[in-house]
Design a protein around this ligand. Structure first.
Ligand code: IPE
Ligand code: IPE
Ligand code: MG
Length: 241
């Protein structure tokens, strides 16, 4: 069956994805969890490409949460190793495709080779003006809000800001997502109906699409299916249609 065309006038500006299900994908095949994370990196590569083709302006993916440190050391450091490999392998093509890479989260706590890789990815692509590709890495929504609050407090302490001036715009401007519209659509693969601390400030009016498909199996076709679901939704933002 050929898929129905997406409405080009209603392509979401910002899509965010909770890339979940790598471990279950590996388990189903009797493989170690890291093989699932590796397969997940390949899936990501294709979704980034399709996002550019579809004219999505911002793609934000949840790669590692502030809570994922609870996992066994071998898995945590294996994920960071895969990240270094991903950046080494993909940076050239990302740059050729005019993609701008940004990291959301406290990447200063990553191993030094991973820090080096992400710094290089951001530096290499900083002048690109195509897809904004944000990787949430050691990211937590609550930590992000706290960080913004600390920044505001510091400015008040230094006399550069008055407490009365704090509003939603000034708080938003101190988030990793400054200059980025709120996600129109948040996709979660792997079938769980929760945000797991992802973009909790920005998700106020995002459309949520959950798919049972495990992240390594999430193909560009599955991505377009989720975009179709998004296009069938009626967004009201608290108003009336
Ligand atoms: C998501 O896949 C990737 C990360 C959290 C790094 P999981 O590793 O959570 O996969 P499941 O949920 O165990 O299947
Ligand atoms: C969310 O997945 C984090 C990432 C995809 C990076 P988790 O697997 O960590 O979420 P929970 O534990 O099921 O809520
Ligand atoms: Mg999971």
């Amino acid at each position: 069956m050929t898929q129905q065309q997406l409405d080009p006038a209603r392509i979401p500006q910002h899509v965010a994805i909770v890339m979940d299900g790598n471990g279950r994908w590996a388990k189903k095949r009797g493989l170690p969890r890291l093989r699932g994370h590796n397969a997940g990196m390949m899936a990501l590569k294709e979704i980034v490409k399709r996002s550019s083709v579809l004219g999505i302006s911002h793609l934000t993916v949840y790669a590692f949460s502030t809570e994922n440190w609870k996992r066994p050391e071998e898995e945590v450091f294996g994920i960071f190793k895969l990240l270094v490999l991903y950046v080494q392998k993909e940076i050239r093509e990302l740059n050729d495709n005019n993609v701008r890479v940004n990291i959301w989260g406290d990447w200063s706590l990553l191993p030094s080779d991973a820090q080096h890789a992400v710094r290089k990815a951001m530096e290499t692509t900083k002048n690109n003006n195509g897809l904004h590709f944000n990787i949430a890495l050691n990211y937590g929504g609550r930590a992000e809000i706290l960080r913004a609050v600390h920044a505001l407090c510091k400015e008040i302490q230094e006399g550069r800001l008055s407490p009365e001036a704090i509003d939603e715009t000034s708080l938003s401007a101190r988030m990793y997502s400054e200059n980025t519209p709120d996600p129109d659509l948040i996709i979660r693969t792997g079938g769980e109906y929760r945000l797991s601390n992802f973009l909790i400030w920005q998700a106020a009016y995002s459309e949520l699409v959950v798919t049972e498909v495990l992240w390594p199996d999430f193909s560009p076709d599955e991505f377009e299916k989720a975009l179709h679901v998004y296009q069938s939704r009626n967004r009201r933002f608290g108003g009336l249609t």
